[in-house]
Design a protein around this ligand. Sequence first.
Ligand code: MLT
Ligand code: MN
Ligand code: ZN
Length: 309
Amino acid sequence: MQIRILGSGAGGGFPQWNCNCANCRAVREGAPGFLPRTQSSLAASANGRDWVLLNASPDLRQQLAMNPVLAPSAEDGLRASPIKAVVITNGDVDHVTGLLTLREAQPFTVYGAGRVLQVLAANRIFNVLAPSCVAREELPLGAPTELKGAGVDLGLSVEAFPVAGKIALWLEDALAANYGGAEGDTLGLKITETASGKSFFYIPGCAGVDPALAERLRGAALVFFDGTLWHENEMIDQGLLGKTGTRMGHINMSGPDGSIAAFAPLNVARKIYVHINNSNPVLNAFSKERAEAKFAGWEIGEDGMEALL
Ligand code: MLT
Ligand code: MN
Ligand code: ZN
């Protein structure tokens, strides 16, 4: 199974269009140790020909240009795409708006939790993916689903499971409990190659590693995990936004309540941070925070990074 990071940045990407923080300035200036990052998405394939996208970011068009394996090949017909399915983990702008790039009457299947599919159905602009052409399949939680699209069996299954998180920012209801969120608004995914049984986890948004999630991940071969923030208060401390990580639905990397500590006893063979926010000091390859994450066995995801299982 081949897995490719299409976008390793969080919402807004790196640099973010309107951000003048030290990181965004450095990457804009081409400073050593800083790489630009597009917004949050992965692609996976069992046969190297047919691919599933895990989230569809607003930068999808650029990501397709950077990853020619996702372009139609010469043997294909006039209209074709290796992208046979898209699995959505939540309703975030950075995870759903790339669907609009996939218009043009190309058949594939969109998989998501029932509540996310309701959001797509309620926003008529997503009808550019004509229901007669693009299938929408609700993912059951806690049970595997064989991925199929455009008449092709991808040879992969997905098991979606709820993780601690938050309803998408643009869907928040300030007056409702939990901002109107409910179970299934934030999914983790386990993708398994049917033929080999090999699997990896993709959890780009997660507010905390509870015991159930820890047990699920224990001994995993490969986990892509929420790397939004280094510190719970970094957005506030940098004067960027008056919100903590907890309020945004993202666990921090550092500290006793962070993901580095939570993963330390889990014996995960390869762990890669994705969905990295532009405020995160690990984006600087020469920072002490990057060294600390690496020392704890973490890789910092980069656009175009590939993993084989
Ligand atoms: C998030 O991950 O918290 C969202 O992508 C934030 C946003 O919508 O900008
Ligand atoms: Mn996001
Ligand atoms: Zn910034």
